[in-house]
Design a protein around this ligand. Structure first.
Ligand code: FES
Ligand SMILES: [Fe+2]
Length: 400
């Protein structure tokens, strides 16, 4: 386990951070900073999945973040709820698979059963005076925007504010509310979660590290074709970055419309359409894609004929996961309407490349010779991300 000789307090480290420079080594290696990171992330919103995963009453999925685990379940009343995946008897995980379906939730340890709304249904051999009503699964905050399910492990996550409108502009255009999941894949990355996120937020590495992505996306080139800052009359979307900073108490979101290379209409091998169009975007085939993100861990990307959800999951100090979920239009069928291998090719190969470069980055950052280095002109997203992380961590550790 690599260690650091930097033992400054977190407050001193955040105060010493120099904008324009990558983070000090301690941020990537110290267990106390990982623990502080987790508290910060748990209190915020993170992307749990898509509503199509819980389409019917009784469908549930499990969403995890560090040591936390939530059950997202659709009830008999049609409502989608988030419940802490912690039994109210003696604390076992209740749902131990990634997803499932049933009329109730049964703890595997001593078989307490819970209704789909989390209330306790049955517990055997409990003493007189036991109150079932006081032993339901704890509800967690949940927010659904355009089919995307966000949850929080905190008691009072920041309100969405402008973030909701920014995300909804994208999900409405691409009709993500009625999308379905075509595929999902998890990439395990032996690196601190912040190196995963820093990598995701810049395209300086795209040219050297992502030959496939770079052919298709103007973003991979310096001074790439910029889109108008006025909303496109066809899509209603501008090439805009709508930040709603958390420092004023709201959740942070960004939606960015970005040009594909000339002649490219989607993220396929040859840039040509490969699946039925999604929502109004497909009818426009405007040669763009839209990147979106919420908070510090959740991102998504819309092409005209498919979409991607990225769930970034810190597991331990030097262990992270990237879950990639591919979305297609409602009622489209693999093999009939699209080729699944072709659909998943770009972000499968790109994510494998990312895993490799992030792990090499961690190896260097873990070494004694690592020092913070300067960001290039092609890394404004990562610079902003790092500065925002430092600001939010300083606020979080400063709270009583
Ligand atoms: S811990 Fe769940 S029933 Fe005992
Ligand atoms: Fe990448």
């Amino acid at each position: 386990m690599p260690t650091t000789t930097d033992h400054r307090t977190i407050a001193d480290l955040t105060a010493a951070h120099r904008p324009g420079q990558s983070l000090e080594q301690a941020f990537y290696l110290r267990p106390d900073i990982f623990a502080a990171d987790m508290r910060l992330l748990e209190d915020r919103w993170s992307l749990a999945g898509h509503v199509s995963e819980v389409a019917e009453a009784g469908n549930w999925i499990v969403a995890e973040l560090g040591a936390q685990s939530a059950i997202v379940v659709r009830g008999e009343d049609g409502a989608v709820r988030a419940l802490a995946n912690v039994c109210r008897h003696r604390g076992s995980r209740v749902c131990v698979e990634k997803s499932g379906s049933g009329a109730m939730l049964t703890c595997p340890y001593h078989a307490w059963t819970f209704r789909l709304d989390g209330s306790l249904r049955a517990a055997r051999e409990m003493p007189t005076g036991f109150d079932p009503a006081a032993h339901g699964l704890s509800p967690l905050p949940i927010k659904i925007v355009g089919g995307l399910i966000f949850i929080s492990f905190g008691d009072a996550p920041p309100p969405f504010g402008a973030a909701e409108a920014a995300i909804a502009a994208m999900t409405r255009l691409y009709d993500w509310e009625n999308a379905q999941i075509a595929a999902r894949k998890t990439f395990e990355v032996s690196a601190n979660w912040k190196l995963v996120m820093e990598n995701y937020h810049e395209c300086y590495h795209c040219g050297p590290s992502h030959p496939e992505f770079s052919v298709l996306h103007a973003l991979a080139r310096p001074n790439n074709r910029t889109l108008s800052s006025e909303p496109d009359p066809r899509t209603g979307l501008a090439d805009f970055e709508a930040w709603a900073p958390v420092s004023d108490g709201r959740e942070t979101a960004r939606v960015m419309r970005s040009a594909l290379s000339d002649g490219c209409l989607t993220g396929s091998r040859d840039g040509r359409p490969m699946a039925p169009p999604m929502g109004r975007a497909g009818a426009l085939w405007d040669g763009c894609c839209v990147f979106g993100e919420l908070g510090l861990l959740s991102a998504f990307l819309a092409y005209a004929d498919h979409g991607l959800i990225y769930r970034f999951i810190p597991r331990a100090g030097l262990e992270s996961e990237i879950e990639v979920i591919w979305l297609t239009a409602d009622e489209s069928v693999a093999g009939r309407d699209y080729d699944l291998e072709a659909l998943t090719w770009l972000w499968d190969v790109t994510s494998q490349e990312d895993k490799l470069i992030i792990e090499r980055n961690q190896a260097g950052v873990s070494s004694r010779a690592y020092r913070p280095g300067p960001f290039s002109l092609m890394e404004p997203g990562t610079r902003a991300y790092v500065d925002r992380y430092v600001t939010e961590l300083a606020l979080a550790v400063g709270k009583p």
